[in-house]
Ligand binder design. Structure first.
Ligand SMILES: [Mg+2]
Length: 259
């Protein structure tokens, strides 16, 4: 039985090319599930402020119970309603990344050099730390990812998360998947009670069946996501974004009783 939903946001809940961008029926279904005690976690690559803005814009009036941001951090509400760290996961995550980035300095210098010489890319910095990059085309990002896949092995634990033409560097122990696993642990719900849906490469760690038993993706997902979902015994929807997630929830029987 599904007790916790973990949905990506852009391309999974929100269709930026769609009219409407979010299925009204999907929002009704979400509200109905939440009334029955099912938790909703938005599991996104966005930072906290940016996802709150997106939720206000698209998913109102349904509010998530949890927000997992930057493909790795876990937030819940304080008693006064403010979003705050849930447990010590975010602190452990930050510490692991401090160590990782200090060990990766020569790799990061080589990545900067590769970007300068070989592709039209825009490095992204947090202070002086190179934390990721954006390219102008998917093809350029393919080439960057080939390079990163080859070179990342120089630094134990170094991984990267691709989402369309963006990449964020990260520790392999921290992903949408492990963050969801930690949320499940904190709320006492195991993988057999968890549904996850996503559309892009950065969603793969929550869609392989490890952290969620019920996995799905909308029609607009990249091939790697569709094949991962199928391998995990999940559902590949025939419609886009939230229309597809709604289809998956119906397929798994989560909406039985909703008319
Ligand atoms: Mg997405």
């Amino acid at each position: 039985m599904i007790k916790l939903l973990s949905t990506d946001f852009d391309g999974t809940v929100v269709d930026h090319f769609g009219a409407p961008p979010v299925s009204p029926e999907f929002l009704v279904a979400l509200a109905w599930l939440r009334k029955r005690g099912v938790f909703w976690a938005v599991n996104t690559g966005r930072e906290l402020a940016h996802i709150l803005e997106g939720l206000g814009q698209f998913a109102s009036p349904v509010e998530p119970d949890f927000i997992l941001t930057a493909e790795r951090e876990v937030f819940h509400r304080s008693p006064d309603g403010k979003w705050q760290d849930y447990g010590d996961w975010n602190a452990r995550c930050a510490a692991a990344h401090d160590v990782l980035f200090s060990q990766a300095s020569s790799l990061l210098t080589d990545i900067e050099e590769f970007l300068r010489v070989h592709v039209k890319a825009h490095p992204i910095y947090e202070g002086t730390r190179l934390i990721g990059l954006a390219t102008e085309t998917d093809e350029e990002m393919d080439r960057v990812c080939e390079f990163l896949e080859r070179e990342r092995r120089r630094v134990p634990g170094f991984q990267f998360m691709r989402n369309t033409v963006y990449v964020r560097f990260c520790h392999e122990a921290y992903s949408k998947g492990t963050a969801l696993g930690e949320l499940g642990r904190l709320v006492g719900i195991g993988p057999e009670g968890i549904f996850a849906a996503g559309d892009h490469y950065n969603d793969l760690p929550m869609l392989d069946g490890t952290h969620a038993r019920w996995v799905a993706c909308p029609e607009n997902s990249v091939e790697a996501v569709k094949s991962t979902v199928l391998r995990a015994g999940g559902y590949v929807a025939q419609s886009r974004c939230s229309f597809g997630v709604l289809e998956a929830l119906r397929f798994f029987g989560a909406l039985d009783g909703l008319h």
